[in-house]
Design a protein. Structure first.
Length: 507
């Protein structure tokens, strides 16, 4: 699952590199990023959140208790309901935006954002359908389904369509909007061959008064907030930032994308795998195995996320410079994005743990508890963002999200412990202080290494920029790994044994 997510995230990073070179972090980039955030929020909510989190436990339960025929019937009912509801929502939003543009004179930045939103919002329908398809495939044991096709469509829009879309950047940016829409269609269509092999055939099933659809909706509505607090936070904080300066939106978005690479590989992939696994254990009342699986997953998550966070903090500016600084993306842009990244990165483990813990609640059929916790954290984040954005700009948004995520994960742990009586996390709490020490030492080593590299070698060429990132990162990673083994962290020992067995098997 991590390999599949890594493939997708790396392709997504290539897309962001192409975007950065094309439009930098100016006001046009800010307008595009905010417009894209709105339909993309539905992908996060449904693809990595509420719909699949509510539907997969029901889907697995139908398979185990009523057989595959009822399982596919229930899936068709949910798909029919999703398409109907999404189509209505798309029509309402397009009508509302069109009326607003026709009846009111907006600032140039706001008008461009609304025009781009009108082009991209139908992406929501296709990507939500693709997310449901992916959830069904995950529940059937298929995880390695790459998103190469959709990402390549978006990259192609920049390279081949944009030159023909007009003269100024504010005209050419519509090529990106068209590419987003085409990518949604490609992403949904890509899943169908695998589903057909599993036996799925779409048939319209009226969602009105369907018991399965009603159950999924009841689980999904509170979960929309519960499992996706971070994504809602991003939308709200970027909306606040847009009115202060569109440049803040673009800079912060690039920082979020960089942080989402390790978060996706070590957090979202683990959460996606754990949901059907934990749902099956909960359905069979195997609570001891449920606790052990959750503990195992969180151990791996903490081990890998802490070193990733340390490297993002220590090497934030060299990483941004290596990936983005070309074309319209200037040295000033690098400074802006790296400041936001350095403030976001300390919350990486908490961001990822929120996704895993929320899925544990969903597997147990509880969507209200994460919702209630996230409502409070959502209000906290908005207040912090509003207070910090003026003095600290992009960095203020990063600090607000980090503080909020730490509060969120703490409250989720407490609530889950109360719900289950005990969590059996003793080894995690025992080793966490040692891992924090190891991550700080590794981060310090990475910072010292890149500082020495800059003084001796500089960053005038691509090779030197790459060296300023990879030489200290590899050294720091080895130090962290050795310290984790020295501290006898179970997850580190397990991964080491796994790599040893794989290497022996290959021989």
């Amino acid at each position: 699952m991590a390999a599949a997510t890594l493939t997708s995230r790396l392709l997504g990073m290539v897309r962001e590199i192409v975007y950065a070179r094309f439009m930098g972090d100016g006001w046009v980039a800010g307008a595009f990023q905010l417009a894209f955030t709105i339909p993309n929020l539905f992908r996060r909510l449904l693809g990595e959140g509420a719909l699949t989190a509510a539907f997969i436990p029901v889907f697995k339960e139908k398979e185990k208790t009523q057989g595959e025929a009822e399982m596919w019937r229930a899936a068709n009912a949910v798909i029919s309901g999703l398409v109907t509801a999404a189509a209505v929502l798309v029509a309402l939003v397009l009508f509302g935006v069109s009326v607003a543009l026709a009846s009111h004179h907006f600032e140039l930045k706001t008008e461009l954002m609304l025009r781009l939103l009108r082009v991209m919002f139908p992406y929501m329908l296709m990507v939500c359908l693709a997310a449901l398809f992916m959830g069904m495939l995950n529940a059937r044991g298929h995880f390695f389904i790459p998103a190469m096709g959709a990402t390549m469509v978006m990259i192609a829009a920049v390279l081949w369509l944009a030159p023909h879309m007009g003269h100024g950047l504010e005209e050419k940016v519509f090529a990106l909007a068209i590419g987003v829409l085409a990518a949604g269609v490609a992403q949904a269509a890509f899943q169908l061959p695998w589903l057909r092999r599993e036996g799925f055939r779409y048939r319209w099933v009226s969602p009105w008064r369907d018991a399965t659809v009603g159950r999924v909706v009841r689980l999904m509505v509170p979960g929309t907030i519960g499992v996706a607090a971070f994504q809602i936070n991003v939308l709200l904080t970027q909306s606040i930032a847009f009115w202060v300066s569109p440049q803040i939106v673009a800079s912060f978005n690039y920082a979020v994308r960089l942080m989402e690479l390790p978060q996706g590989v070590f957090g979202i992939s683990l959460a996606t795998y754990l949901l059907p696994t934990l749902s099956g254990l909960a359905a069979e009342k195997r609570h001891s195995d449920f606790r052990a699986t959750l503990h195992h997953g969180l151990n791996l998550l903490v081990l890998l996320n802490l070193i990733a966070a340390a490297l993002l903090v220590a090497l934030g500016e060299p990483i941004v410079r290596l990936l983005f600084e070309r074309g319209q993306f200037t040295a000033e842009s690098t400074t802006n994005v790296s400041r936001a990244l350095i403030c976001l990165a300390p919350g990486l483990a908490a961001f990822s743990a929120v996704n895993v813990l929320a899925r544990a609640f969903y597997a147990l059929g509880d969507t209200k508890t994460p919702m209630q916790i996230s409502l409070g954290c959502l209000a906290l984040n908005v207040a912090l963002a509003a207070a910090l954005i003026h003095p600290y700009r992009q960095a203020g948004l990063g600090l607000a999200n980090t503080i909020t995520s730490l509060c969120n994960v703490t409250l989720l742990f407490v609530a889950l412990k109360r719900k289950m009586g005990r969590l059996e996390m003793d080894s995690l709490w025992a080793k966490l202080p040692l891992l924090l020490v190891a991550s700080v030492l590794a981060g310090g080593a990475a910072w010292w290494g890149t500082y020495q590299w800059e003084n001796l070698m500089g960053h005038a060429t691509f090779i030197l920029k790459a060296g300023a990132v990879f030489a200290p990162a590899i050294t720091a990673g080895m130090l962290y790994w050795l310290l984790a083994l020295l501290f006898q962290v179970p997850a580190a020992r397990e991964l080491s044994d796994l790599l040893t067995r794989r290497r022996t098997a290959l021989r």
